[in-house]
Design a protein around this ligand. Structure first.
Ligand SMILES: [Zn+2]
Length: 314
């Protein structure tokens, strides 16, 4: 029996394939809310390099179909920008690809939360399909360079930020950046499983890349102006956490008594609670990206959301 909350009944728009350059494509799944991520691919003479897969079996299938329409060449390489299920659940559907990710991406996927299957306390009404755990099996720590024929593709580790294992994909000759979930366009940033301070560092670093086109982890394709929006929100989280922490309020109490102001337009507002849990850990002086009690952070997030699972139309 599936328990579909009314807030999940809205339908997601049909994903779009956007050609970013002669050989680079982005697959955009709006509205970019929970589970609706962006992926992409680079077409070479001999094969295709893919960036991330999707949340459900069906969604990855549709993504692969979109790739095949552009090129029938084999998919030889898959890069995961980080561990989360919306970026990795479909890995197993590319059985001939070398899967590359950060060392901690592999570790986290094997340790904890992937594939995201029912029952998952955060979601209801998602048709997962038959997901099979398929983590990266070529890993790196800091940087790795790939080539699609002569197109250079740089992977840079930027964590801990959105998670402990964020990797960006930078195509220098074309100044195209796939940022993974360091950037959300139109959605609330989410750093519960990473770091607030680390994210701010990563955003500062992102500004050093002369990006012409940015494919964010979620939301429409954009440019580097979005980086400042993310910074503003995370600074607001740090300020809010500091004030709540000093008053002895819990992260949930702090969230409930906070006016989101200019950030209330973004979807997935409840992420403030997870973000505050992470900010509190940093105020206690714990190492950036260290383990926190995710279960209680998630449960507080759902309380903030009126006791409902998150709005997920994936
Ligand atoms: Zn993510």
């Amino acid at each position: 029996m599936t328990n579909i909350h009314s807030h999940n009944e809205q339908k997601a728009p049909i994903p779009t394939l956007e050609q970013v350059s002669s050989n680079v494509y982005a697959y955009v799944q709006l509205d970019g809310s929970w589970g609706l991520n962006n992926t992409g691919f680079i077409v070479g003479e001999n094969g295709i390099t893919v960036i991330d897969t999707c949340f459900t079996e069906k969604r990855t299938k549709a993504f692969i179909k979109a790739i095949t329409k552009v090129s029938k060449l084999p998919i030889r390489t898959l890069v995961n920008t980080h561990q989360h299920g919306d970026h990795t659940n479909g890995n197993y559907q590319l059985p001939h690809a070398t899967i590359i990710g950060h060392e901690l991406c592999r570790k986290e996927m094997l340790d904890i939360n992937v594939p995201t299957v029912n029952p998952n306390p955060m979601y209801s009404g998602v048709e997962w399909g038959n997901l099979i755990l398929s983590p990266p099996f070529v890993t790196f720590e800091k940087e790795l360079t790939l080539y699609s024929d002569y197109t250079k593709i740089e992977l840079h580790y930027m964590g801990p930020a959105h998670t402990t294992n964020d990797v960006i994909v930078w195509i220098p000759e074309q100044c195209i950046l796939f940022s993974g979930d360091l950037l959300f366009n139109g959605g609330t940033p989410f750093v519960m499983m990473g770091s607030v301070e680390g994210s701010l560092r990563a955003l500062r670093e992102l500004k050093n890349f002369p990006s012409r086109t940015i494919v964010p982890g979620h939301g429409s394709i954009c440019d580097s102006r979005i980086i400042e929006d993310m910074e503003k929100y995370l600074q607001f989280i740090q300020k809010t956490a500091k004030s709540g922490f000093s008053k002895g309020l819990s992260p949930l109490e702090t969230a409930l008594s906070t006016d989101l102001g200019e950030f209330s337009e973004w979807h997935d507002k409840e992420r403030i609670v997870g973000n505050l849990h992470r900010a509190y850990s940093e105020l206690r002086g714990e190492a950036l990206g260290s383990k926190i009690d995710i279960k209680s952070a998630v449960s507080d997030m759902l309380t903030y959301n009126g006791g409902n699972t998150v709005r997920c139309i994936a």
